[in-house]
Design a protein around this ligand. Structure first.
Ligand code: HEC
Length: 227
């Protein structure tokens, strides 16, 4: 009995010292939070496992729509070109001004094809303590699926094919959101109408195709950042 008490006291003392040490370390300011100071190997491995398991667990029950829909892929091309290339590159682009300084490094999505479920979850929710934003604040699920569909094709594209598809893609409508009052995040008119929306797409604006095709020209892109 006495031994048990002794052991318990020892454990409590060691735990207290460990907690005090951790708190002291945090308050000391010794930790270098700079993005140019990389993690040690064990910390890196821990973070990577945490990230991978979290994304796997959170995305496993997502049901994937038809990603082969050409209109969906086309829309995703425009979205990707407008928002993603500075960090994730494109065919023929080796680097960007922002990329070398990012830690963790964004994967080169012109060479790496992410799992659709995981990609959808990551694009929608972002990744904490990294540069990957949560695009779900400014984009509906249907738009996020368009990016996922495009990402499945991107690694097979030549620079010419990439330029070609981006040139044909509908403009990134979110760039102009809030320009006219009442314009919601739901995109009222998909330039490619004809009911080609994938089943899972939550297009809440039911009678979408009613508007005459690509009516809206890309209005002033000045009001970016209207999240
Ligand atoms: C400011 C930089 C930045 C921008 C802009 C950005 N990302 Fe990311 N993204 C990152 C970083 C950094 C990571 C890796 C985070 C990590 O490893 O913890 C990442 C990770 C991802 C992943 C996960 C890939 C995997 O490992 O499975 C996907 C998919 C992704 N981004 C898609 C996009 C898309 C699509 C866009 C545009 C809508 C975008 N990102 C815009 C920085 C960015």
């Amino acid at each position: 009995m006495k031994r048990l008490v002794d052991t318990s006291i020892t454990v409590a003392v060691v735990a207290t010292i460990a907690v005090a040490g951790a708190v002291g370390f945090v308050y000391s300011g010794l930790y270098n939070i700079g993005a140019d100071d990389h993690h040690t190997r064990p910390v890196s491995a821990l973070m990577q496992t945490l990230r991978e398991r979290s994304i796997e667990a959170h995305s496993q029950h997502i049901s994937v729509p038809d990603l082969e829909d050409p209109q969906l892929i086309l829309k995703g091309a425009g979205q990707y070109a407008a928002m993603c290339t500075q960090c994730h590159l494109k065919p023929g682009m080796e680097n960007s001004e922002i990329r070398p300084g990012l830690y963790p490094q964004p994967p080169n999505l012109s060479k790496f094809r992410p799992d659709p479920r995981e990609a959808f979850w990551v694009i929608k929710h972002g990744i904490k303590m990294s540069a990957m934003p949560a695009w779900g604040f400014s984009h509906d699920d249907a738009t996020i699926w368009s990016m996922v569909a495009f990402l499945q094709k991107l690694p097979d594209m030549t620079p010419e094919q990439y330029q070609d598809i981006v040139a044909k893609a509908p403009p990134d409508e979110d760039m102009e959101m809030d320009d006219d009052a009442g314009h919601s995040h739901e995109h009222p008119a998909e330039p490619a109408h004809a009911g080609s929306q994938q089943p899972a797409a939550a297009m809440s604006t039911g009678s979408a195709p009613a508007m005459p095709s690509t009516a809206a020209p890309p209005a002033a892109a000045a009001t970016v950042g209207g999240v």
